[in-house]
Design a protein around this ligand. Sequence first.
Ligand code: GUN
Length: 295
Amino acid sequence: MSARLLDGKLISEQVLEETRRGVAEFTAKHGFAPGLAFVRVGEDPASVVYVGAKAKMCERLGIQGQTYVLPASAVEAQVLDLVASLNAQPRVHGILVQSPMPAGIREDVVFEAILPGKDVDGFHPLNLGKLAVGDPTAFVACTPAGVHQILLRGGIPLAGRRVVILGRSRIVGKPLALLLSGKGKGADATVTLAHSRTQDLPSVTREAEILIAAMGKNRFVTADMVREGAVVVDVGITRVPDPAKKSGARIEGDVDFIPVSQKASWITPVPGGVGPMTIAMLMANTLKAAKLQTA
Ligand code: GUN
């Protein structure tokens, strides 16, 4: 079999267009736009690029994006003070504190200081708990939410099907397992959450009708680990030095793409798969936050 591509770029454009329309309606109704505050601490080069891209997307969609930059020398209390002030601002509906933060700042403490209703990253434990109990006001972290949308909008049936997720991280694997195993439309899957301590991993992954690789090890999933006709979603993004590239590096996923695509029925590419979905889901979460706070 030769797999067809699940095009994350195309699907992200659908989500962005729907969000843009929702933002315009919100703004017309309330007389102000949904607001998203970004906090960056220090000058980590990747974070400068990521926050810049997210702020630009806000502009494109009509979301009021504001970026706050603290020096790399900032201490945790300064970050917490800024978060507290943003929590108190009614026109700030979403808050994103970019990770990684400088050493000495406890990221969990910072994320838990964000009001759960403004936690558009979905990192707060209350939001993970709400997801676990099926509360529709939960904010779901952008990467798992993006994987879910790729499957839904890609027309991949989930109900009753066997899903194997590789990687149990708090940001991707765990929330994704909760999303896909939940009750109702677009869920109802039978989910196995496999990880570094799973025994005989290939025999587990070969059971998967839908295999989601999110362990952050480039080219880890080889063709022998994949069932014929499986749907394969690759969440990995590892930078690999590559002198042939202008940037000096290329991005590889967790899946050994070429051989696996000979066996799969559908597969997400890297780049152009899950990656573009995350920023789209951040924008969608911001609109959701603004609506919930003004309802
Ligand atoms: N750093 C890299 N990706 C993310 C993200 O989605 N949210 C935050 N807060 N930091 C990040």
